[in-house]
Write a protein that binds this ligand. Structure first.
Ligand code: CA
Length: 232
C-alpha cells in the first residue's frame, strides 16, 4: 500500500473506541475517532477518510442517519456498519442505506481487519477499472458512478457499481451469490444474512436499471445458479 489508509471510527462506547484505535494502529492503519453521530458526520463529510467504521446506536444522530447523510454527499465513501450480533434488521437497513458491509458485535479482530482490507481493496480496484458499460438502453460511467437510460440520469454507489461491473464482465454466465460475496466483499461464508447482502444490492440495482423492477429484463435471477446480466 502506497499510503496509510485513514479510518474514522464513530463509536460512543469509550472502551470499544479505544480498542478499535489500538487494533487499527497495530495493523498499520491511521485511525481517528468521534464519539457521537453529529461530530462523526461532520468529520466524515470532510472527505479525508478511506473508510468509516460506523456504530448504529449513537447519541445525537444514530448510525443509520449518519450513513444516509454521508451517502447523499459522497457515493464513493467506504462505510462498514458495526451492528449488534442478532441485528439482522439493522444489517439489512444499513446496507439499504448504502453501507458497503457490516461487522457484528462482538466482533473478532481478525474478521474486522479482513473486512476492512476487502472494502479498501474493492474501492481501489473499482476506481482503476473505470470504463463505460452498455446494455439494453443503459449507458453506465463506472468512474463517475452514474448512468443514463433514455434521458434519465441514474446515480450508483461504489458498491452497486462493483456488482454491476462484475456481472457485466461475466455476462456470459450466471454468477452465484457466493462468488459475488467472495470476490466483491472478500469473504465466503454461507450464512443466510450474508447472501441477503448480495440480494439487497441486486434489488437496489434493479430499481435503478429496470423499467419494471418486478419483471427484470437485464438483471435476471437464474434459479439455483445466481444472477446474470443480459447485455444485448
Ligand atoms: Ca453505541
Amino acid at each position: 500500500m502506497s499510503r496509510t489508509a485513514k479510518i474514522l471510527i464513530i463509536e460512543d462506547e469509550q472502551a470499544i473506541r479505544a480498542g478499535l484505535i489500538d487494533v487499527l494502529v497495530y495493523h498499520g492503519f491511521a485511525p481517528d475517532a468521534a464519539e457521537d453521530g453529529q461530530s462523526g458526520l461532520d468529520k466524515a463529510l470532510s472527505g479525508q477518510y478511506d473508510l468509516i467504521l460506523l456504530d448504529v446506536m449513537l447519541p445525537k444522530l444514530n448510525g443509520f442517519e449518519v450513513c444516509e447523510r454521508i451517502r447523499e454527499a459522497d457515493r464513493e465513501q467506504a462505510i462498514i456498519m458495526l451492528t449488534a450480533k442478532s441485528g439482522d434488521e439493522d444489517i439489512i437497513h444499513g446496507l439499504q442505506l448504502g453501507a458497503d458491509d457490516y461487522v457484528a458485535k462482538p466482533f473478532s479482530v481478525a474478521q474486522l481487519v479482513e473486512r476492512i482490507k476487502a472494502v479498501l481493496r474493492r474501492a481501489k480496484v473499482g476506481q482503476e477499472e473505470a470504463h463505460t458499460l452498455c446494455f439494453g438502453e443503459m449507458e453506465v460511467d463506472t468512474r463517475n458512478l452514474c448512468g443514463r437510460r433514455n434521458n434519465d440520469e441514474i446515480a450508483f454507489t461504489r458498491r452497486e457499481m462493483d456488482v454491476l461491473q462484475y456481472l457485466h464482465k461475466h455476462s456470459d454466465r450466471p454468477v452465484p451469490r457466493e462468488e459475488l460475496l467472495a470476490r466483491l466483499w472478500g469473504y465466503a461464508r454461507n450464512l443466510n444474512i450474508e447472501t441477503r447482502t448480495v440480494d439487497i444490492h441486486i434489488a437496489k440495482l434493479r430499481r435503478k436499471i429496470e423499467p419494471d423492477p418486478a419483471q427484470p429484463q437485464h438483471l435476471l435471477t437464474v434459479r439455483g445458479a445466481g444472477y446474470r446480466l443480459m447485455v444485448d
